[in-house]
Design a protein around this ligand. Structure first.
Ligand code: NAD
Ligand code: TYD
Length: 341
């Protein structure tokens, strides 16, 4: 493993992963392959391009474009693909699932075909706890069946099934990680934590869905990146690994913690009409990845604290996004008239 192609590397987790890997492995070369959708931003990799100029390249491309994927693998002598490229926001998948099927399902298939054709050493798929569907009690294990309930989760579960099929059918060396909600630097402010933090900084309402009693496991993005690194180097071929803190937090408590950290009043919490098909709870059993020697370095609370600090200190990054027409239009469509009085 030397020449990595990181698809979706200009997005939130991908850009953190690229920085983490280049810092950790001086012998690695990384080519980021990214379509630069609304969520993919070169600013996320600005420092990487400067610090690692000789070991980093960027190619703008769509993972659905088989010819360009092949051309990039050939040009950079790629031996490993790590696939972060996806449409990643549940609410957008409810508004318009089309791009989710194209990128998350078909795009993953294109990468699998290329990995097979070039005999790559590894194709790693970055997946999500949402593939298990909502879990009322207990914790999802890797051996549990997938039972996705949103178009996003269904597209990610479909990709996982195809990744596994390529392993079983063609012997392709694959691995899959299923992470819980990541938070940290460079997360697009449509996801709940950066949305709430940036709204709170501006004294705007925090739109909390339904009763706010839904449960998520908010993990720090670099803990997740480290887990992917460990699976790449120590994971069993064909294996699936859950990644998360293994603890949980209610959305209302996450919102209150953010407000407390920023010294803002709880009256900023605005209950809004719930998301259709909203999964009440995700919870992972993380024993399998822990057995590889991985431990999360942050609790949910510590992850939120670090994330709040980053957004406070990096307005240069998020202000232009939030004031842009794309974001404002999305926000209107998503939240206007949704308040529960
Ligand atoms: P993101 O939306 O921030 O970034 C996605 C990136 O993929 C962007 O850079 C975008 O430009 C790129 N992209 C989209 N369509 C593409 C295409 N057709 N071809 C090439 N590039 C394309 O997402 P993220 O939060 O960083 O998530 C990364 C991966 O991790 C996704 O696969 C997601 O399903 C998974 N995941 C995310 C979380 C989370 O909490 N954010 C948790 C578990 C798993
Ligand atoms: P999100 O960040 O969209 O991640 P996911 O749905 O993939 O877990 O949402 C996290 C939780 O926060 C989820 O339970 C939905 C809730 N949420 C809100 O209450 N208000 C919001 O404006 C958003 C975007 C999410």
């Amino acid at each position: 493993m030397r020449n990595l192609m990181v698809t979706g590397g200009a997005g939130f987790i991908g850009s953190n992963f690229v920085r983490y890997m280049l810092e950790k492995y001086p012998g690695y070369y990384i080519v980021v392959y990214d379509k630069l959708t609304y969520a993919g931003r070169l600013e996320n990799l600005q420092d990487v391009a400067e610090r690692f100029a000789g070991r980093y390249a960027f190619v703008r491309g769509d993972i659905c474009d088989a010819a360009k994927v092949r051309e990039t693998i050939r040009a950079y002598n790629v031996d490993t693909v790590i696939n972060f490229a996806a449409e990643s926001h549940v609410d957008r998948s409810i508004m318009n699932p089309d791009a989710f099927i194209k990128t998350d399902v078909y795009g993953t298939y294109v990468l699998l075909e290329a990995a097979r054709e070039f005999g790559l050493e590894r194709m790693h798929q970055v997946s999500t706890d949402e593939t298990y569907g909502e879990v009322q009690t207990g914790r999802s294990k890797e051996t549990d069946p997938v039972a996705p309930r949103s178009p996003y989760a269904a597209s990610k579960a479909s990709a996982d099934l195809m990744v596994n099929a390529y392993h079983v059918t063609y012997g392709l060396p694959v691995t899959i990680t299923r992470g819980t909600n990541n938070i940290g630097p460079y997360q697009y402010p449509e996801k709940v934590v950066p949305l709430f933090v940036t709204n709170a900084i501006d004294d705007l309402p925090l739109p909390l869905y339904g009763d706010g009693l839904q449960v998520r496991d908010y993990q720090y993005v670099l803990d997740h990146c480290e887990a992917i690194d460990i699976v790449l180097h120590k994971g069993e071929i064909g294996g699936i690994y859950n990644v998360g803190t293994g603890t949980e937090m209610r959305n209302i408590d996450m919102a209150r913690l953010i407000l407390r950290l920023l010294g803002k009043p709880e009256s900023l919490i605005q209950l809004v009409r719930d998301r259709p098909g909203h999964d009440r709870r995700y919870a992972l059993d993380v024993g399998k990845i822990r057995a590889l020697g991985w431990e999360p370095a942050h609790t949910c609370e510590e992850a939120i604290e670090k994330t709040v600090r980053w957004y406070v200190e990096n307005e240069w990054w998020w202000r232009p996004i939030k004031s842009g027409e794309h974001y404002r239009e999305y926000y209107r469509r998503q939240y206007e008239g949704r308040e529960i009085k």
